[in-house]
Design a protein around this ligand. Structure first.
Ligand code: SF4
Length: 304
């Protein structure tokens, strides 16, 4: 039980302020996001009154992340939403490409003590991440770098084996600040094939930490996790019900039992998230008996 308590100890909800992102990076399934969401009904932009209603239902122990299935600052009230979540006592993190952010937003945001990550997704010079390098963008980027924002990370996405590099104007704007590189994935096979080794899991995992790191859409629907861009698993709706009922829903129960059985109808069975790989899937075969032994020692049989 202790292992699974640890596995599911951190809860967060990622707010999608606007469905769809203008950057349209080729490795991101934005077309699928938009068409699936619009077919479910609801405005692509989060209504401010709805947001305050959702926020009231989210327990303060649940971290609020601004990111999700679109670019958060394409919503003109995104900074106001961040402030409201902070005032309500939530821990806050951000994942943004800065598109839509204004210089005034930076002055307000620098006062927020971000909990573990304010990640800025940067454009590259290789045509993989496309962000318009206009004057406003470069000014905001410079200001973000200079603002002393807590837990600021710059992130470049690499799709394929070829290395990516920064456009000179971007490199100049961020100066000597470090930039991390993360690999693209397939969102469970939404873009490209999932490598077979991920399907052949050998560790008897009973859950994923992301079961409780869900994504809120403007219409109140809550998707399982940030891998679920095809919205295959909507576990409930915060307009119609409260936060805890998300985890009592039939869909959530179906995911939990499907996870253990490696049910091919469950997104988790095709998942190529780094989290899932860290939890054992990419450990070389020679080490697996040891890891499995340790795993069995730390978990109790009754998991959920
Ligand atoms: S296994 Fe993958 S799809 Fe399933 S909850 Fe975890 S991150 Fe999401």
């Amino acid at each position: 039980m202790k292992f699974n308590r640890w596995l599911h100890s951190e809860r967060s909800i990622t707010i999608t302020t606007v469905v769809g992102c203008p950057n349209m990076c080729p490795y991101c399934p934005q077309d699928i996001v938009k068409s699936v969401y619009l077919s479910r009904g609801g405005s692509p932009s989060l209504d401010l009154n709805d947001y305050y209603g959702y926020l009231q239902k989210i327990p303060t122990g649940v971290k609020v992340i601004f990111g999700g299935f679109g670019e958060p600052w394409c919503h003109p009230k995104c900074t106001e939403m961040v402030l409201a979540a902070h005032s309500a006592g939530h821990k806050i993190d951000v994942y943004t490409s800065l598109v839509g952010m204004k210089i005034e937003d930076v002055y307000i945001l620098k006062a927020i003590p971000f909990e573990s990550s304010f990640t800025v997704h940067l454009p590259d010079d290789n045509g993989q991440t496309k962000i318009r390098l206009d004057q406003n963008y470069l000014e905001v980027l410079r200001a973000i770098g200079a603002a002393g924002i807590r837990h600021l990370h710059f992130d470049l996405r690499q799709d394929g084996p070829a290395p990516v590099s920064l456009p000179p104007a971007v490199a100049q704007a961020i100066g000597s600040l470090p930039v991390g590189i993360s690999r693209c994935h397939t969102w469970g096979g939404l873009v490209g094939d999932v490598t077979p080794k991920i399907l052949k899991s050998w560790l008897p995992l009973r859950g994923c930490p992301r079961f409780y790191r869900n994504v809120l859409l403007p219409n109140g629907d809550v998707a399982l996790c940030c891998w679920d861009m095809g919205m295959q698993h909507i576990i409930g709706n915060l307009k119609d019900s409260d936060y805890e009922s998300l985890f009592q829903s039939n869909e959530f129960k179906r995911i939990k039992s499907g996870f253990c059985r490696r049910d091919p109808d469950i997104l988790c069975s095709r998942c190529d998230s780094p989290m899932r790989q860290i939890l054992g899937l990419s450990i070389p075969p020679a080490y697996r008996p040891v890891v499995r032994f340790l795993y069995e020692r730390v978990r109790k049989l009754k998991v959920f």
